[in-house]
Design a protein around this ligand. Structure first.
Ligand SMILES: Nc1ncnc2c1ncn2[C@@H]1O[C@H](COP(=O)(O)OP(=O)(O)OP(=O)(O)O)[C@@H](O)[C@H]1O
Ligand SMILES: [Mg+2]
Length: 393
């Protein structure tokens, strides 16, 4: 598929890589084109290793090094890599004897990687998907970044929304002779999206509103349309989004599901009310859903799905009972009159939806006994004698 846009980023990267040693961080959401950008770099010898969701110890480093062809006369320390690289163990010096202290042993291993990279220079070590970095590789990268040989670069790609540890720590305490650069890849704009879609579809279609310019989404949507299918959540996106949804705290999950059911982006208060999340948890939940890239704030003050193509998968993840509750709250819940406290209002709304005290308790993260008290107080304030009357209030 022809490469679209990104000329500025390519120039920036090329310039940075041609001034080794440099540490480069490339950040961008899933499918935005980090890997593709690197593939477009011509003339820079690279060793590429990917981190894996299973976080195999030193997985990306082993992957990057296993296809190399090491020169003769390697530093004896590189023998420490023999057990990690059986593919060319016979080309490495003999393995040094084990050391009693694991920390010392680890330092020797790090020096071995450094020395092997030095013997392969000029070279760029690329570690992809560092949001899944294992602890060993994380430490190794911090070590390498600070002592890169003169013709070795380090490039690290990652998705900020899936990051557990700050990758920017790699840039901390770099010695003055080691340069650094950070590149944030934004989605394609409407024109670039149209260009990409033009390569994928026989007729022009505006795919930007549904894909927001994420090339992976553009490709997947174009495939669906080319096959004559209704635009829905592509399977590859569905699995990723459901996995992410499952990893969110309950309040954030509910907010995302509410946003999936609402046709338009809405303000925090409405979204929180529709989701049935207590306001004090709404703020934190919203921040988390935005940080994890499931929701975004656009236009300002309004929250909606970050990736519209995920709507179908998110809607399908809602149980029928929860869907009924969401719809009732969207359709305009019976507004209790009188001087109810905000908590009583919440409880009354749910009781009016037909929820039992136990269900309300679960919904609002309260004890059933507390709910019972709120319901009794609210009924008294509203001058009602039974909760059934709430439904017609
Ligand atoms: N600028 C572009 N022009 C054309 N196609 C692109 C462009 N950027 C990305 N693509 C295509 O979009 C798809 C996703 O891109 P890529 O795999 O590089 O994303 P990524 O940011 O590495 O995602 P992930 O975080 O999942 O690794 C690929 O098929 C890629 O070829
Ligand atoms: Mg990638």
């Amino acid at each position: 598929m022809p490469f679209v846009g990104r000329q500025r980023e390519l120039r920036q990267l090329t310039a940075a890589l041609s001034r080794p040693p440099v540490v480069i961080l490339i950040e961008g959401e899933a499918g935005v084109g980090k890997t593709r950008l690197l593939h477009e770099l011509a003339g820079h010898p690279m060793l590429i290793g990917r981190c894996h969701p299973m976080r195999f110890p030193y997985g990306p480093i082993v992957e990057a090094l296993r296809d190399t062809c090491p020169p003769a006369d390697l530093n004896p320390v590189t023998g420490a890599l023999r057990p990690f690289l059986p593919e060319f163990a016979q080309l490495l010096p003999p393995a040094p004897p084990p050391l009693p202290d694991p920390q010392v042993e680890r330092h020797r291993l790090f020096r071995a990687v450094l020395s092997l990279l030095g013997s392969l220079q000029p070279i760029t070590l690329v570690v992809e998907d560092a949001h899944w970095v294992d602890p060993g590789t994380r430490q190794l990268l911090a070590f390498l970044a600070r002592c890169l040989p003169e013709a070795v670069n380090l490039v690290v790609t990652y998705r900020a929304e899936d990051l557990a540890h700050p990758v920017a720590e790699l840039l901390a305490h770099l010695p003055p002779h080691i340069d650094h650069a950070e590149l944030a890849l934004a989605p394609l704009d409407a024109g670039e999206t149209a260009l990409l879609a033009g390569h994928l579809l026989p007729e022009p279609r505006d795919l930007w509103p549904l894909t927001r310019g994420v090339p992976f989404a553009v490709e997947e949507l174009a495939r669906m349309l080319a096959e004559g299918r209704e635009p829905g959540t592509p399977p590859a996106l569905r699995d990723a989004v459901l996995l992410k949804l499952g990893s969110l705290p309950l309040a954030a999950r509910r907010l995302v599901q509410a946003a999936a059911v609402l046709p338009e982006p809405t303000g925090q208060r409405t979204l929180t009310a529709v989701a049935g999340v207590p306001p004090e948890q709404g703020e934190r939940g919203l921040a988390e859903a935005v940080r994890r890239g499931l929701l975004w704030e656009s236009p300002p003050g309004r929250y909606g799905l970050r990736q519209p193509l995920t709507r179908q998968a998110l809607c399908d993840s809602i149980t029928p009972a929860a869907r009924r509750r969401l719809n009732r709250r969207i359709d305009g819940p019976p507004q209790p009159q009188g001087t109810l406290s905000p908590r009583e209002e919440q409880v009354v709304r749910l009781a009016a939806d037909g929820l039992t005290n136990r269900e309300i308790a679960e919904d609002l993260f309260l004890s059933p006994r507390t709910v019972e008290v709120h319901v009794a107080n609210a009924l008294r304030k509203l001058g009602l004698s039974s909760r059934r009357q709430l439904r017609t209030t």
